[in-house]
Design a protein around this ligand. Structure first.
Ligand code: K7E
Ligand code: CUA
Ligand code: CA
Length: 656
């Protein structure tokens, strides 16, 4: 299906949407399916307004130009030795990790392994990391693949509090918690009864207890329908498959409850008052095949009344499925028709919506149409009115539904009343004013809600602005995660990097200020002021129950075939220059790095036994492996630590 046919099916499309050149490069299989499902927009149209729109005819092959202009904001290209002013936490996609970027420079500073092994630090090699990741009965890793999409951090008083970040694994329905003091993943929970865990969002305060003004729950949306329980029965009856919405406790990381819904979940948003969580739904049809999922003209955004759900759980109004003990409450449409007792409400949203984002003023959730060229603005006070019986129809909570362009996906905010939405098919970011959109929707056709448009390169998925998901959105920088980079970087064979573009949004017009190649395949990210974190560069020995606090406490102990080898490190030496074990032993090696100096990390590699890991200052790490071949094995330090780093070795003798 040719993308250029699209305007024919969208009669009310704005003039620039009919210029084929803009989307010449879109004739690719990757996006053809999306174009096929595009819906017409009936809410009226608005031609795009200022200068940017007129650039619609820019030839795509040259990448369009965005706006000319140079950012006058400091910090974009920090001088050597200068620090970035913002942290960015990026999902890594199917690399299964989380990345830390300095912003606005876009420099990658760290990758935090979560769901998949990482050779640099020995994630998935050490016993400590394997315990977090989860193992099978034989001690091997349960999973070695992961797919991270959405990173969000814990809140206090509407801003990040620097405690935790959370990220989803879509493949195996796992949620990881990252400590933001040490930038390490310390807990992973596998969520029962679901597949396709996609959207995730922490709550921002407690729905009932005013004193709890910080995150205590994190919510998870499941995209894929399943038989419940998924035990091999009913597989041929997709009409009985169901999806669940899940609540996880952030301290224990245990699943608190789940909610049975109609349709599926995609992205998740939470309100600033803690009362509501929501998920956009693209498959209210409950279809098992592509065409069925696009059959309805409108899908929904399902709102959850958290306090009522938790009361229902307390009152024992739930069931469980299969082996899972997690209480599942009934949030289906049929059981929730009476607003006064409803646990959930379904606001209708045009055809296969994608992102749902909370505006920093706390008033609105905005759903992007994806297959509809629209954004739908839902007023949260009105949703609460419906639950209180004060609004007769839940769809009256929709205060705007305006046309933005083709393929709207995700929305960010500048804290000055403007929203920025990615247009996947148009390869643009559109800046629009929320109040003006509400006026326009309300009948004032003179209200110009589109403020600016910017070409990006190419096919943007997520975007986010500095502080955008907090009450402190500062409207300075916007990053755009472009899914295709095409001609933007030196060619390196078939696998292209993605292009994270940086945009100065401090003025009326957006200014494209940088391209950054990133290893595939990031989705969502957050950007926040560096002052919000207080990272620690040196561990405390007491954080590790197995720490060896003195080199004298090192040595070898044997218990049958199980041997424990304990040693310490102090640059440039291991406390045991050699150690002897026997063929067939199961060796547990524990190393404490006694160096206290920042940046003084050591490694420990053993040839032939698949062992390599690092120990950071004052950290303790361990590995367990079976020595099945006699001989001399030179263990060495893999992490550059000292002028005599190459000499930092030990010998493992394995006796026959
Ligand atoms: Cu739009 Cu998984 Cu957030 Cu990707 S999702 S872009
Ligand atoms: Cu220790 Cu290199
Ligand atoms: Ca649909």
């Amino acid at each position: 299906m040719s993308q250029d046919k699209t305007p024919a099916t969208a009669p009310s499309a704005t003039p620039e949407l009919t210029v084929p050149g803009r989307r010449r490069f879109l004739n690719s299989a990757a996006v053809a399916g999306l174009g096929a499902g595009l819906a017409a927009c009936n809410s009226g149209s608005q031609s795009a307004a200022p200068a940017g729109a007129a650039s619609g005819a820019a030839p795509a092959a040259s990448g369009g130009s965005g706006h000319a202009g140079t950012s006058s904001q400091p910090g974009l290209h920090p001088k050597p030795g200068e620090l970035d002013t913002y942290y960015g936490l990026w999902s890594g996609g199917h690399t299964g990790d989380v990345r830390v970027l300095g912003m606005p420079s876009g420099r990658e500073i760290l990758r935090i392994p979560c769901f998949v092994p990482d050779a640099l630090v020995g994630w998935g090699i050490t016993n400590e990391s394997k315990k977090v990741m989860g193992t099978k009965a034989d001690g091997s890793l349960r999973y070695t693949v992961g797919d991270t999409h959405h990173v969000h951090a814990s809140y206090k008083d509407g801003d990040y509090d620097g405690r935790y970040a959370f990220v989803n694994d879509k493949i195996n329905s796992r949620i990881a918690r990252i400590r933001l003091d040490y930038f390490v993943c310390d807990k992973i929970t596998e969520i029962p009864n679901i597949q396709g865990f996609h959207g995730i969002f922490p709550d921002k305060r407690d729905p009932v207890d005013e004193k709890i003004n910080y995150t205590t729950r994190v919510f998870a949306g499941a995209e894929f329908h399943l038989p419940l329980p998924n035990d091999g029965k009913g597989m041929d009856k997709p009409e009985t498959y169901r999806a669940l919405f899940t609540c996880i406790d952030v301290e224990t990381m245990n699943v608190r409850w789940q909610a049975l819904i109609d349709g599926n979940c995609d992205l998740v948003a939470t309100s600033y008052d803690g009362k509501l969580a929501a998920s956009n739904q693209y498959n209210t049809e409950g279809g098992a095949h592509f065409a069925e999922m696009m059959s309805a003209e409108r899908d929904a955004c399902v709102f959850f009344h958290i306090a009522r759900i938790e009361q229902a759980v307390k009152d024992g109004k739930f069931k469980t499925y299969g082996d899972s003990k997690v209480p599942v409450v009934d949030c289906t449409r049929k059981s929730n028709e009476d607003p006064k007792t409803a646990l959930a409400a379904y606001v209708s949203v045009p055809k296969n919506p994608h992102g749902v984002n909370a505006s920093p003023d706390g008033k609105y959730f905005i759903c992007s149409g994806k297959l509809s060229p629209t954004a739908t603005v839902i007023e949260l006070a009105k949703v609460l009115d419906w639950f209180d019986g004060k609004l007769d129809k839940i769809d009256k909570a929709i205060v705007a539904e305006v046309e933005l362009g083709l393929g709207p996906l995700h929305t960010a905010f500048d804290g000055r009343g403007n929203a920025f939405t990615t247009l996947f098919l148009d390869s643009q970011v559109v800046k629009w004013n929320v109040d003006a959109a509400i006026k326009f929707h309300g009948g004032d056709k003179t209200a110009k809600y589109v403020v600016d448009r910017l070409d990006v390169h190419y096919q943007p998925g997520h975007l986010n602005a500095s502080g955008s998901e907090t009450a402190k959105a500062d409207g300075k920088w916007l990053a755009v995660g472009c899914k295709f980079s095409k001609d933007r970087f030196l060619p390196v064979g078939p696998l292209h990097p993605e292009n994270e573009q940086i945009v100065d949004i401090s003025g009326e017009k957006m200014i494209l200020t940088g391209d950054h190649p990133v290893r595939g395949e990031p989705h969502d990210f957050i950007i926040f002021k560096r002052e919000l974190l207080r990272p620690k560069q040196v561990y405390s020995l007491d954080d590790f129950p197995n720490a060896i606090k003195d080199p004298k406490d090192g040595g070898i102990t044997r218990n049958g075939k199980k041997v424990t080898v304990k040693m310490t490190t102090q640059a440039p030496a291991y406390s045991l220059p050699e150690f002897t074990v026997k063929k067939g032993d199961e060796v547990t090696l524990i190393i404490t790095n006694l160096d206290k100096v920042e940046d003084l990390t050591h490694g420990f590699a053993i040839p032939k036994f698949n062992v390599n890991f690092i120990v950071n200052p004052q950290e303790t790490a361990s590995v367990t492996f079976v020595v099945d071949k006699p001989g001399v094995y030179w263990c060495y330090c893999t992490h550059f630590c000292h002028a005599l780093h190459l000499e930092m070795r030990s010998r493992m003798f394995v006796e026959a």
